[in-house]
Write a protein that binds this ligand. Structure first.
Ligand SMILES: Nc1ncnc2c1ncn2[C@@H]1O[C@H](COP(=O)(O)OP(=O)(O)O)[C@@H](O)[C@H]1O
Ligand SMILES: [Mg+2]
Length: 338
């Protein structure tokens, strides 16, 4: 069978009748505005979608120096770990260098990043309790150019108690990170350090708060969401007053948002009233893909990069990276820490 002739502007003399009809219609003398393909609404929509896709793929800006953020909320199950690992993975997938420090004995962040955390693995327990260098416990997460994790092991559960009698027990993490940064030199430092905390306000979380410059608080969009946050803020004030004067609550992330409930919208409004600009515009939706990813040893960024959960964490990461750090007093010398 001969190949069908491509339709051209001029219908062939023996071409299908439809061409003749179209030609006749075009010759009726009725004027229509000239419409090029690029003007069609569908083409405009396609162009906007392409621009959005390019924007999402674009690398994220690196901060001038490492930003150390602690993900804290003493309430369990609000999305601390999920936010820490997915923001970290989103940043790493867009060219940033990210280190996740797992301070939770449950080691959920280590699991999600598929980093070894069996009992005998060198971990944050050894760093905090025995002074082992951070560089000896940090492991690479697969699937990214530069995403690392200092894992937790179950031993950390004992660290809350063992640290009580240790010198400068609140600033063990901060000192360990500072020493690590000195050892590796400025060129090899990560752009971001994200510290995942356990659901308590014990010594591990205190080490996280003393070790960071910024606090990222995930708040679940549900009733009682703000309960406990005021206690967390009081603790942050105490840490600022006594141990880490430049600590700032820079970022609030609303998580597990269910657009079908009015309650979620009310909670989001209330949190925005309370915290203003610190609240990211991006809200993380409740998403099955986000909750499935850790059981495959993955973040949602690799498990299902096109899902709404992955895209929302990417947007959250972009907001964090583009916001910069709020203006607060410069951090003093290391000697400020008790
Ligand atoms: N946006 C989300 N959509 C659905 N499930 C989520 C979402 N964020 C977290 N989860 C799930 O909720 C549970 C608690 O989240 P997690 O990040 O472990 O909280 P936390 O670290 O504060 O205890 C986990 O099972 C997690 O997979
Ligand atoms: Mg957790």
């Amino acid at each position: 069978m001969p190949p069908a002739a491509a339709p051209t502007g001029e219908p062939a003399g023996d071409g299908p009748a439809i061409f003749g009809q179209a030609s006749a219609l075009l010759n009726t003398g009725r004027s229509a505005p000239p419409l090029s393909g690029a003007d069609l609404p569908i083409a405009q929509e396609a162009a906007a979608a392409l621009r959005a896709a390019d924007y999402r793929r674009a690398p994220l800006p690196a901060p001038p120096e490492t930003r150390v953020m602690v993900v804290a909320n003493q309430k369990g199950g609000v999305g601390k770990t999920t936010t820490a690992v997915n923001v970290a993975a989103a940043m790493a997938s867009r060219g940033l260098r990210v280190l996740v420090i797992d301070l939770d004995p449950q080691a959920n962040a280590s699991t999600a990043l598929a980093v070894d955390h069996r009992a005998e693995t060198p971990s944050m327990y050894d760093v905090l309790v025995d002074g082992v260098p951070m560089g000896d416990v940090i492991a690479r997460a697969d699937g990214f150019d530069w995403l690392c994790c200092a894992p937790a092991t179950i031993d950390l559960a004992g660290a809350e108690i063992e640290l009580v009698s240790v010198v400068a027990r609140e600033s063990r993490l901060r000192r360990a990170v500072a020493t690590y940064f000195t050892e590796i030199g400025p060129a090899d430092r990560p752009d971001y350090v994200l510290i995942d905390c356990p659901p308590s306000l014990g010594l591990l979380t205190v080490n996280g708060l003393v070790g960071a410059d910024e606090v990222l608080i995930p708040i679940q969009c549900e009733y009682y969401a703000l309960e406990g946050v005021s206690q967390l803020l009081k603790n942050i004030d105490l840490i600022r007053a006594h141990l880490n004067p430049s600590l700032a609550v820079s970022t609030i992330v609303l998580t597990m948002y269910d657009a079908r409930t009015r309650l979620a919208a009310q909670v989001a409004d209330e949190v925005r009233r309370h915290f203003g600009d610190a609240v990211l515009r991006t809200i993380i939706p409740r998403s099955v893909r986000i909750s499935e990813a850790p059981s495959y040893g993955q973040t949602v960024m690799t498990y299902d990069p096109g899902s709404s959960g992955a895209l929302s964490y990417l947007e959250a990461a972009r907001e964090i990276a583009e916001h910069g750090r709020p203006l607060v007093e410069d951090r003093g010398e290391e000697g400020n820490v008790a």
